[in-house]
Design a binder for this molecule. Structure first.
Ligand SMILES: O=C(CO)[C@@H](O)[C@H](O)COP(=O)(O)O
Ligand SMILES: [Fe+2]
Length: 220
């Protein structure tokens, strides 16, 4: 699978989101972190901002829901035009129903796992998902250091995904930089979220190109 880069607007200027989206025309997705002060100790944005962003950019929105009740809210993000909606396994009480609803509303359905959550117990959900998000930091904040301890889980996830036909994308999120991206690409990730490495750079678009080039040294 071709390398995909998803810049996270968590590290962008929230007062200038349309401009910040326009600054990364070479990205594959725009990663939107939704946080509710409950599932994670931080608060960001919700549906009204996603609805406005949808109109402000042609990049597909990759909505990462770090919220306590994703079963209640996830379908609305798909209805708002998100290209992909990710729910956390640690928060969802009815993941099968919710993932099916996301798909039936035309979005890609994804399941996220925190660094300490094993992937094997969720193999049974692989038929319901288009993407698996493996967090490479504890969710809640941008700019944290990459957790090497997640690398074996990425390798395990890659072999499980291949056993299921290889169609599920493996996304990584947290601490992805030109220093760390090779390691995660080598372990089997194909969709790379990067916040501070893109929006903390002087030229966000050049940062996207640099990340992609670095990942492609592994994937070819
Ligand atoms: O979901 C999250 C954080 O919980 C991320 O999407 C962050 O936005 C990643 O930021 P960096 O680690 O790339 O700075
Ligand atoms: Fe995220």
């Amino acid at each position: 699978m071709a390398v995909q880069i998803s810049p996270s607007i968590l590290s962008a200027d929230f007062a200038r989101l349309a401009d910040e989206a326009a600054a990364v025309p070479n990205a594959d997705w725009l990663h939107v972190d939704v946080m509710d002060y409950h599932f994670v100790p931080n608060l960001t944005l919700g549906l009204p901002v996603v609805e406005s962003l949808r109109k402000a950019t042609s990049l597909p929105l990759d909505c990462h829901l770090m919220i306590e009740d994703p079963d209640r809210w996830a379908p609305a993000y798909a209805e708002a035009g998100a290209g992909s909606v990710t729910i956390h396994a640690e928060a969802a009480k009815a993941p099968v129903r919710t993932l099916r609803q996301i798909r039936s509303l035309g979005a890609r359905a994804a399941l996220a796992l925190n660094p300490g959550t094993a992937v094997e117990p969720y193999e049974g959900l692989f038929g319901e998902i288009d993407m698996l998000l493996l967090m490479t930091v504890e969710p809640g904040f941008g700019g944290q250091g990459f957790l090497d301890m997640v690398l074996p889980k990425i390798r395990t996830a890659r072999s499980l995904v291949e056993r299921h036909g290889g169609e599920i994308w493996i996304q990584v999120d947290g601490g992805i930089t030109t220093e760390t991206i090779e390691r995660v690409a080598e372990a089997g990730a194909d969709v790379f979220v990067a916040g501070s490495a893109v929006y903390g750079a002087g030229d966000p678009s050049a940062a996207v190109d640099a990340l992609r080039a670095q990942a492609e040294t592994v994937t070819g």
